[in-house]
Write a protein that binds this ligand. Structure first.
Ligand code: PEP
Length: 252
């Protein structure tokens, strides 16, 4: 953790479930949230078409709502896209941008992620910008430099003032059950802190770790210096697991 920084535990539901599943999951998180919100902010990021049921469940705001992407444009002829102002209007406070699955599936570049983040900030949303190296890049000893370049290329002006968040997610750890060693996470987050502070972030920018975070490894990861929370994929689809990860934040 970074002293004085409130942790954030974010759930990325990806492309899973039905409307009914989303409502049930949101309700289960809402029911368990009072036990953990004193330790950490909670954020749920359902698919676009499920945002409204999660927003309804979160009406009394123990938990924030976010989307998994937004367009770089404010409005217009962009079939299939969803703009940042639309997300704000739908009740979102956050948006995940530059997730490695979007970088891989849709060829998203740092420049596009930066443009999307600027659009998000203009709409009053907090961008959660994902960065992380591939396994080949780590094996080649390039992990820190790859992440530093992504930070330099993806964070727009105004990021610090908007309380933007950066999530370090090694691509090879996402959904695989594998995680870097605690020493490797700590080393990366120390570098991330330097790069973010030297760029568009600052010393209080929240730096999340993501990649196979589970109730069993959360406490150790969340206790590391400069790890200010987690971005959770698979485990966020089980309310008890997501809440257990949030409960693993050390009482501060
Ligand atoms: C993610 O996709 O952001 C993620 C961290 O997934 P998982 O927790 O399943 O590895």
């Amino acid at each position: 953790m970074t002293p004085g920084v409130r942790p954030l535990i974010a759930g990325n539901w990806k492309m899973h479930g039905t409307l009914r599943d989303a409502a049930a999951l949101a309700e289960a998180v809402r029911a368990g949230a009072p036990a953990v919100v004193e330790r950490a902010d909670l954020l749920l990021c359902p698919p676009f078409v499920h945002l409204h049921v999660v927003a309804a469940s979160m009406a009394w705001k123990p938990v924030a709502l976010g989307a998994q992407d937004c367009a770089a444009q404010e409005k217009g002829a962009h079939t299939g896209d969803v703009s940042a102002p639309m997300l704000a209007d739908a009740g979102c406070g956050y948006v995940i941008l530059g997730h490695s699955e979007r970088r891989a599936d849709h060829g998203e570049t740092d420049a596009l992620v930066r443009a999307k983040a600027a659009a998000a900030i203009a709409a009053g949303l907090v961008p959660v910008i994902c960065v992380g190296e591939s396994e080949a890049q780590r094996d080649a000893g390039q992990a820190e430099d790859v992440v530093a370049a992504q930070v330099a290329g993806s964070l727009p002006e105004g990021f610090a003032a908007a309380k933007g968040v950066v999530a370090y997610e090694p691509v090879w750890a996402i959904g695989t059950g594998r995680t870097p060693t605690e020493a490797d996470i700590a080393a990366m987050h120390a570098r991330l802190r330097r790069e973010v502070s030297a760029g568009q972030g600052d010393a209080t920018t929240r730096l999340l770790y993501g990649g196979s975070v589970k109730p069993g490894n959360a406490a150790a990861i969340l206790a590391l210096p400069n790890v200010d929370g987690a971005l959770v994929g698979g485990a966020s689809l089980v309310a008890a697991d997501f809440l257990a990860i949030a409960a693993a934040v050390a009482a501060g």
